[in-house]
Design a protein around this ligand. Structure first.
Ligand code: KIV
Ligand code: ZN
Length: 388
């Protein structure tokens, strides 16, 4: 049996950190229900200690969601961890995700702590969290820019304290795929108790490589959890996009050899819901969920797809929740695509000569208008008939 890749969605926590993307409790609940429909394994519902509003949102999600694990973020201190545990009380499966920064610049300039202090605090936090819930994730924030020896020391200690998942964030999106994959592998090889925890990747998209880095963390590093968000929402340039990472692992199962539990047919609905709630539009050429992701405009492509979809499609639009792929009629379209659309519209043109005449009018129109809609075709066919 293939290994399973755990999908940890953080749209409601890291996604919400995107400037202008804050969500109300009820909006978070709607998205959480859609994530449950998608069958994501873990939903990070928020950061319970950050505000009363977020506490209520995490609590509402924990009370409502039955199938996915519900998680709250918490800094590595008793107050945050207690708030997270309290908000998660109603969950069927609860996870506390505690973090502290481990990179030199974060420890010195942000936390104003020595590495030894950070080491102690990380251990105490995980120990405390493990007294409250069984499922504890630990993240060394800015892990990728941390000293590898220090990171090994911290991670080994928190696994000893009972951390069940170790997440290695590329907090500032500085990694490149091969190096990030090797980094995860090195940590796993060097830490003696590394196989007692599940390894997770969490990549930001500052250089546009969040998905590639996450996949390298899985393939090269052996991580078995990916942290991601719908539409890649998140701080600055965003997080790893759930729809892309899931479809990459599913479409290239021959390469990754992993199972993913996500019911991909709900992806497009999730994307639209998040876009509508946050007011962040999805770019048309966005992989998987963009309006053009399954649209064919060139005549050669349209002809190929009409003959066999595999010519220009590596996955099916229907598998991610689109009703169908889209043949966009315009000046690049060929006669075959035009004829097919006439059939779909129930227009029976008698002879090849009639089709040729209608096609010529269509091409004339397409030179003036960038996209030809069904109404345009019906109008030009009716004009053609009246002209005869
Ligand atoms: O990017 C990051 O480092 C985070 C952590 C809190 C996991 O979001
Ligand atoms: Zn993050």
């Amino acid at each position: 049996m293939a290994d399973k890749l755990i999908i940890f969605d953080t749209t409601l926590r890291d996604g919400e950190q995107s400037p202008g993307a804050s969500m109300t409790r009820d909006e978070k609940l709607r998205i959480a229900r859609q994530l449950e429909r998608l069958k994501v394994d873990v939903i990070e519902a928020g950061f319970a200690a950050s505000s009363n509003g977020d506490f209520e949102a995490v609590k509402a999600v924990a009370d409502a969601i039955k199938d996915s694990t519900v998680c709250s973020l918490a800094r590595a201190n008793d107050r945050d961890i207690s708030r997270a545990a309290e908000a998660l009380k109603g969950a069927n499966r609860a996870r506390i995700h505690t973090f502290i920064a481990t990179s030199p610049v974060h420890m010195e300039m942000k936390l104003r702590m020595t590495p030894d202090q950070v080491f102690e605090q990380a251990k105490l936090a995980v120990r405390y969290a493990r007294n409250l819930v069984e499922d504890v994730e630990f993240s060394p924030e800015d892990g990728y820019r941390s000293d590898v020896d220090f990171l090994c020391r911290v991670i080994e200690a928190v696994i000893d304290e009972g951390a069940t998942t170790i997440n290695v964030p590329d907090t500032v999106g500085y990694a490149v795929p091969e190096l990030y994959g090797n980094f995860i592998r090195t940590l796993r090889e060097r830490i003696p108790n590394s196989d007692k925890a599940i390894w997770s990747v969490h990549c930001h998209n500052d250089l546009g490589m969040a998905v590639a880095n996450s996949l390298a963390g899985v393939k090269i590093g052996g991580a078995r959890q990916v942290e991601c968000t719908i539409n890649g929402l998140g701080e600055r340039a965003g997080n790893c996009a759930l729809e892309e990472v899931v479809m990459a692992v599913k479409t290239r199962r021959d390469y990754f050899g992993l199972d993913v539990g996500v019911d991909t047919r709900h992806i497009v609905a999730a994307s639209r819901m998040v876009s509508q709630i946050t007011g962040f539009p999805v770019q048309p050429n966005k992989a998987v969920v963009g309006a053009n992701a399954f649209a064919h405009a060139s005549g050669i492509h349209q002809d190929g797809v009409l003959k066999a979809r595999d010519t220009y499609e590596i996955m099916r639009a229907e598998d991610v929740g689109w009703s169908a792929n889209k043949i966009v009629l315009g000046k690049l379209s060929g006669r075959n695509a035009f004829k097919q659309r006439l059939q779909e519209l129930g227009v029976a043109l008698e002879s090849e000569a009639e089709i040729n005449a209608a096609f010529a009018r269509f091409k004339e129109l397409a030179d003036r208008k960038s996209e030809i809609f069904d109404e345009d075709i019906l109008a030009l066919v009716s004009e053609e008939r009246h002209a005869q």
